[in-house]
Design a protein around this ligand. Structure first.
Ligand code: UD1
Length: 365
């Protein structure tokens, strides 16, 4: 007798804000594939309504099967807590493969637990390297990639880095950018957002985001950045949705009234502001990519980027973190704006290509 084959239990792990835009198109791409039972696990690394649930709503991500509610902590505490709570889930659910995305603590924690349980690990957004090991995300990327079985990359630099690290070319697939899928699928609705009216923005404006520990936890750097932003705000009003980490650091610092501090924004409202901004000043990874696709000039407040295609092909410029370097980059971007091209395969179909690559890897015919 031929019994119907049980679908493969494929876990997908998300935990922090930038994970949600990547997991949404991936889940959508597996919709209707009866060979897989998708087991979404939310670690709870991010938990505030406007850091997590609003993204589930805007991106129409289904309710996770498991919420681990790990919350905040030091890197060791948070990573360890995710590992402790996710291991019994993998065992009880008889998870057969795990997809992790991006470079946050949830990514590396889930990958480590899976690898030690001999569960296959698939890393979406593999191979990105800033070559700066003081960045916690760089450690997460290196560790996750080194124990992943299938490496899905967003840009050619990812493949080059992985090959240099000795990875088998057969394990690497250029799939494009999942975050861009979310952007393209949501752009029309985002453009209907009335966020600019609600904020009473009239005319041109700049958009700021800042959350890297290297920038906001370092008083010297933060002072340099704030001083550059204050000068730019004399030309262009700046709107700055504050990450919780940053809010605690700049509380009590007097800023010019042309720098408007906001609570974190929902996905569509923020996309709307990115599309309409004259310039974006950021230390985020994902925003470098989104601004390139939207054609908005981006000044990255860092000395390096793990996403070089956004500088080589896109609208991104590395502006450094000193007052002088930021103001120079701002001047340059006004005098010679970059035309910017869309990187290869950033076409809204990355989810479909991920699905095909994962299927081919897990269910070879
Ligand atoms: C994390 C990621 C970073 C990513 C960023 C996006 C790591 C190592 N870092 O950094 O790569 O770019 O998310 O936002 O995984 N907090 C809240 N509410 C929340 C979440 C956090 O108030 O919902 C506060 C807590 O005080 C917490 C602090 O923000 O201690 C930092 O959160 P955490 O997740 O540890 O790191 P992020 O800076 O958000």
């Amino acid at each position: 007798m031929n019994l119907p084959k049980k679908p493969m239990n494929l876990a997908m792990v998300a935990g922090a804000r930038p994970n949600f835009m990547k997991i949404a198109p991936l889940i959508a791409a597996f919709n209707g594939d009866s060979c897989f039972d998708i087991n979404l696990i939310h670690t709870g690394q991010h938990y505030d309504q406007n850091m997590s649930e609003s993204f589930f709503r805007d991106l129409r991500i289904p309710e996770p099967r498991h919420r681990l509610q790990v919350g905040s902590g030091s890197h060791a505490q948070q990573t360890a807590e995710i590992m402790k709570r996710i291991e019994p889930v993998f065992i009880q659910d008889e998870v057969e493969a795990v997809v992790v995305v991006g470079d946050v603590n949830s990514t590396v924690a889930a990958a480590l637990v899976a690898a030690k349980l001999d569960i296959r690990v698939i890393h979406a957004e593999a191979g990105l390297r800033s070559f700066d090991r003081t960045m916690p995300e760089e450690i997460n990327r290196l560790v996750t990639d080194s124990i992943s079985d299938l490496l899905l990359v967003t840009e050619e630099s990812g493949r080059t880095n992985l090959l240099r690290e000795g990875r088998d070319p057969k394990q690497i697939v250029l799939v494009g950018n999942l975050m861009v899928d979310s952007l393209r699928h949501n752009l029309n609705e985002a453009m209907d957002s009335d966020i600019l009216t609600r904020l009473q923005v009239c005319g041109c404006f700049g958009l700021v985001t800042l959350h890297r520990p290297a920038n906001v936890d370092n008083d010297g750097k933060l002072t340099e950045i704030l001083s550059a932003l204050s000068e730019i705000a004399e030309d262009l009003p700046l709107y700055w949705p504050l990450h919780p980490r940053t809010r605690t650091k700049i509380n009590g610092i007097g800023l010019p009234s042309a720098i408007h501090l906001l609570d974190p924004l929902g996905y569509r409202d923020f996309l709307h502001m990115q599309a309409k901004a004259s310039v974006i000043l950021t230390d985020s990874g994902g925003i470098q990519e989104e601004s390139t696709v939207l054609g908005t000039p981006c000044l990255t407040l860092r000395d390096n980027t793990e996403r070089p295609v956004t500088v080589e092909a896109g609208t991104n410029r590395l502006a450094g973190t000193s007052k002088v370097s930021i103001l120079n980059a701002w001047q340059e971007s006004k005098e010679s704006p970059k035309a910017g091209a869309i990187p290869e395969l950033w076409d809204g179909q990355a989810g479909v290509r991920c699905h095909a690559a994962i299927r081919g890897f897990l269910l070879p015919s």
